[in-house]
Design a protein around this ligand. Structure first.
Ligand SMILES: [Zn+2]
Length: 268
């Protein structure tokens, strides 16, 4: 069975943390020096439009691209009702090649996970993998989403989910992190755990009576595994969020397949 990739933490979380972090601005300067022909908003929009045409994405009529100093996101993307694709790339993408942009655009435009599996993404992945962690801490970056906050959900309780999962899978030994619902009903990032702030966020998508408890608990379990295991390292020292040990433990979740299948159906 092919390994299912769920949109938990985004790829930013997997960027190499080993590179000593230079000050953000110096770093960007370096990125630009290494790639003098860095990409501007217009070029980014052109490349996205090219990918949209190639995919027959008729809903895209215009493209507007901007670059932002995101803290944990590589890009965001939506198409407004008038057909304008509004794309925001992480500032580091100014140093990316055309090929990286085209692959990123295809990933954004692939509407289902099944379609994404077929997207050629080697250049994009290689670009993201070499990003130093410092690019996620640039001036102007907001430390946290100001609206993600602790507090009860409307239908579901993260505290209760944590208590269930902690008791069942961690012998009650895990200290409770700060538990937050995401401000929006994010489909792209379903959950995240930040060891620095010990904060675990679950997409508000799961604060719903239509989502079975075992699915919410699975997300909780997944994120708590990150807290439990810490940052994994591959033999070459690169960070690895979902290594073999993670995958093995993740499958201990009682309704692993059912939960993954539910999420897969929902996310598409
Ligand atoms: Zn994860």
């Amino acid at each position: 069975m092919p390994q299912l990739e769920l949109p938990f933490e985004n790829a930013a979380a997997c960027a190499a943390k080993d590179v000593p972090p230079p000050a953000g601005e110096a770093l960007l300067l370096r990125l630009r020096e290494a790639h003098p022909r860095h990409i501007d908003e217009r070029r980014a929009a052109e490349l996205f439009a090219r990918a949209a045409r190639a995919r027959g994405a008729a809903s895209v009529r215009r493209v507007r691209a901007t670059f932002r100093p995101f803290r944990s996101t590589l890009y965001s993307f939506r198409i407004d009702p008038a057909g304008t694709a509004l794309i925001r790339f992480h500032l580091a993408f100014r140093a990316a090649s055309d090929e990286v942009f085209l692959q990123a655009a295809h990933l954004m435009l692939a509407r289902t996970r099944r379609a994404r599996v077929n997207v050629e993404r080697g250049a994009y992945d290689a670009f993201v993998a070499q990003l130093p962690h410092a690019v996620f801490n640039l001036p102007g970056t907001r430390r946290y989403s100001p609206r993600a906050r602790t507090g009860p959900g409307r239908f579901r309780s993260l505290e209760e989910s944590f208590a269930r999962v902690n008791a069942r899978y961690f012998e009650g030994r895990l200290a409770r992190p700060r538990l937050c619902w995401s401000p929006g009903r994010s489909r792209r990032v379903l959950g995240s755990y930040d060891p620095e702030s010990d904060r675990l966020i679950v997409s508000r998508l799961f604060d719903s009576p239509r989502v079975p408890l075992f699915v919410l608990d699975y997300l909780m379990y997944h994120e708590l595994l990150h807290k439990h295991l810490g940052i994994g390292r591959r033999p070459d020292g690169k960070r690895c969020m979902h290594g073999p040990e993670f995958r093995r433990l993740e499958r201990r979740y009682e309704k692993f397949r059912e939960a993954v299948a539910f999420i897969e159906r929902r996310a598409n």
